[in-house]
Design a protein around this ligand. Structure first.
Ligand code: MN
Length: 493
C-alpha cells in the first residue's frame, strides 16, 4: 500500500433540493463511482472519501466542520455536479481551514448529441455550477486550487495527485517539531529567522536543546546497541575503511540521536559544527542514515531547511526519487556543459544515490574533532527541483529552481563527500542570478520526486511568497516580480 494512503481527502459534492430526489440519487451514484475510480488508480497516492451530496447550509456547515476536526482528513475536494447556490456555502466556508481543491469536471465526457434534453443538462451542469462556486471562494478570498478536466483523464489525475502531495505537506507541517542541537552558525544570516512567526505560519515547533543533552544520550548507548546499528550499516553500505572505531562512534551517535528524536516526537533536526563540546565527531554517517529514514536535516543551525527537508520527504514518502539536504558548492563554467555542484561537508542523504554507498573515514578540516565516518556515492541523474525558504523580515519566501541532475562521468578520487551535479534551468548564469536576486539561501532541499507545482501549491496553502526559477525565467521579468511582490506582501499584511 502507498505510504500516503493514510491521508484522506473528502469529496464533497454540492447541490440543492430544487431538482428532486431522483436527481440527487444520481448525483450520489456518480460521485461514488468517481471516488471508487480514483481510489482504484495507483496514480492517486492518497485516499478519496465519498460524502453524501450536500443540499443546504446546515449540511455544508456540518461536513466542513467535521472535515476541520477530522485528523485523517487532509483536505476537501469540492465539485458542483448540479447548481449549488453559493450563499449556502458562506457559513461553512467562513470557518473552514483545510486545503481546498475545487475540481471542475463532469461525469460524462461527451455530449450525447442524439438524446440530450433539458433533464440531462440540468443534471450535468458543472460548467455552470462550478462558476457559482468559484465566485464565492474568490469573493471570500479562500485559497482554492482549481483543476478543470475530465475526471478519468490521466492528466487531471496527475494534477490531483500533485495537489494532494502539497496538502500532505501542509498537514505534516502543522504538526512538525524541529530539534535544534545548539544555535545557528555564528555570523551567518540566511539560516536565521523568526521562529514564532514560523510556528504561526507553518505550525513548526522549533525547540532548542544543549549539546550536553545529546552527549548524555550518546554516552549511555550500549555496545549491543552499537552492534545492532553496525549490522544495519552492513546491510545497506559497503565498508571502505579500516577505521572501524570511527564508524562505531557514528553508530553510537545515530542510536542516541534517534532516541532523542523519537522521545521528543521530532521530525527534523540540525547540528552545528561550531558547538560539538565533548562529541568526538561531527555526526556524518549518523545524520545521513537518519535522513534515509525520513528525518529532515540541515547543517549549521539551519532549522528552516531541516523542516522543509522533512516536509518534502513526507510529501514523497511513496516515491522512488530521493530528497536531500543540499548546499550549492562549486561551479563548472565549461560552456559545453555548465553545471553547479552541490554537496555538504558530510551530510548528503543516500536517498539520492545511484549506487550502493561506501562508508569512508577521512579527516574533516573544520570542526576540530576526530575524523568522521561518512557515506560517499554518485548521485542519480534526471529532473529535480531545489527549494529553499528564507525569512524576508515581514514574510517567508520560498524559492524553487528546476534543475536537471547529470550523470557523474568523472571520478573525483580526492573528494571525500557525496556530490550532485545539476544543470539549473534556464541556464547556470540566469538561474544563479535569479536565485541571488531573490535572496535564496546556499542551503536547499533537492528532490527528484517533486516539481515546482506541488511546492507552489504548498506555498499557497501556507500563505507564503513563492518564486519559481525555470525554463520560463527571464531575469528582468523576475526582478520586476520581486519588486512588485515586496509591495503586494506589505499590503497583504
Ligand atoms: Mn552548510
Amino acid at each position: 500500500m502507498s505510504a500516503l494512503k493514510k491521508y484522506e481527502f473528502w469529496f464533497v459534492v454540492g447541490s440543492q433540493d430544487l431538482y428532486g430526489e431522483e436527481v440527487l440519487k444520481t448525483v450520489n451514484q456518480h460521485a461514488k463511482a468517481m471516488v471508487d475510480g480514483w481510489n482504484a488508480d495507483p496514480a492517486i497516492p492518497c485516499t478519496l472519501v465519498f460524502k453524501p451530496v450536500v443540499r443546504n447550509s446546515d449540511e455544508i456547515d456540518k461536513v466542513l466542520t467535521e472535515a476541520n476536526n477530522d485528523e485523517a482528513c487532509t483536505g476537501v475536494i469540492t465539485w458542483m455536479h448540479t447548481f449549488s447556490p453559493s450563499k449556502m456555502w458562506i457559513r461553512g466556508l467562513s470557518v473552514f481551514h483545510k486545503p481546498l481543491l475545487h475540481i471542475n469536471t463532469q461525469f460524462n465526457r461527451d455530449i450525447p448529441w442524439d438524446r440530450i434534453d433539458m433533464d440531462f443538462m440540468n443534471l450535468n451542469q458543472s460548467a455552470h455550477g462550478d462558476r457559482e462556486h468559484g465566485y464565492i471562494l474568490a469573493r471570500m478570498r479562500i485559497p482554492q486550487k482549481v483543476i478543470a478536466g475530465y475526471w478519468e483523464d490521466p492528466k487531471l489525475r496527475e494534477r490531483m495527485a500533485r495537489w494532494m502531495r502539497a496538502a500532505v505537506g501542509a498537514q505534516e507541517s502543522r504538526r512538525l517539531r524541529v530539534l535544534r542541537i545548539s544555535d545557528n552558525m555564528r555570523e551567518v544570516a540566511v539560516t536565521e529567522g523568526d521562529k514564532v512567526e514560523a510556528h504561526i505560519k507553518f505550525g513548526w515547533q522549533v525547540d532548542h536543546y544543549g549539546v550536553g543533552d545529546i552527549i548524555r544520550m550518546v554516552d549511555a548507548v550500549t555496545e549491543t546497541e552499537i552492534d545492532e546499528q553496525m549490522k544495519e550499516y552492513a546491510e545497506r553500505y559497503d565498508m571502505d575503511t579500516q577505521n572501524v572505531e570511527s564508524v562505531r562512534y557514528q553508530a553510537r551517535e545515530e542510536v542516541a540521536l534517534r532516541k532523542f528524536l523519537e522521545e521528543g516526537k521530532f521530525g527534523a533536526f540540525h547540528t552545528n559544527f561550531q558547538d560539538l563540546q565533548q562529541l568526538r565527531q561531527l555526526p556524518g554517517l549518523a545524520v545521513q542514515d537518519l535522513m534515509r529514514q525520513g528525518y529532515g536535516f540541515a547543517g549549521e543551525g539551519d532549522w528552516k531547511t531541516a523542516a522543509l527537508c522533512r516536509i518534502m520527504k513526507l510529501m514523497t514518502a511513496d516515491c522512488k526519487g530521493g530528497t536531500a539536504f543540499m548546499e550549492d558548492y562549486t561551479y563548472h563554467f565549461n560552456p559545453d556543459c555548465a553545471m553547479n555542484m552541490g554537496a555538504h561537508m558530510l551530510e548528503v542523504c543516500p536517498s539520492v544515490a545511484c549506487e550502493r554507498p561506501k562508508i569512508r573515514v577521512v579527516p574533516l578540516g573544520i570542526g576540530d574533532r576526530e575524523d568522521p565516518a561518512r557515506l560517499t556515492f554518485k548521485a542519480a541523474s534526471g529532473p529535480a527541483v531545489l527549494a529553499t525558504i528564507i525569512d524576508m523580515g515581514d514574510r517567508f519566501r520560498m524559492i524553487v529552481n528546476d534543475v536537471i541532475c547529470q550523470e557523474q562521468t568523472h571520478e573525483m578520487p580526492n573528494l571525500p563527500v557525496a556530490a550532485v551535479l545539476w544543470k539549473p534551468l534556464p541556464s547556470l548564469e540566469t538561474s544563479a542570478e535569479a536565485w541571488i536576486y531573490a535572496g535564496g539561501a546556499h542551503h536547499s532541499v533537492l528532490s527528484y520526486a517533486l516539481t515546482a507545482e506541488e511546492l507552489r501549491d504548498f506555498a499557497e496553502i501556507m500563505d507564503i511568497e513563492f518564486i519559481h526559477i525555470g525554463a520560463h525565467t527571464d531575469i528582468n521579468e523576475l526582478r520586476r516580480e520581486l519588486t512588485w511582490n515586496d509591495v503586494v506582501w506589505k499590503l497583504k499584511k
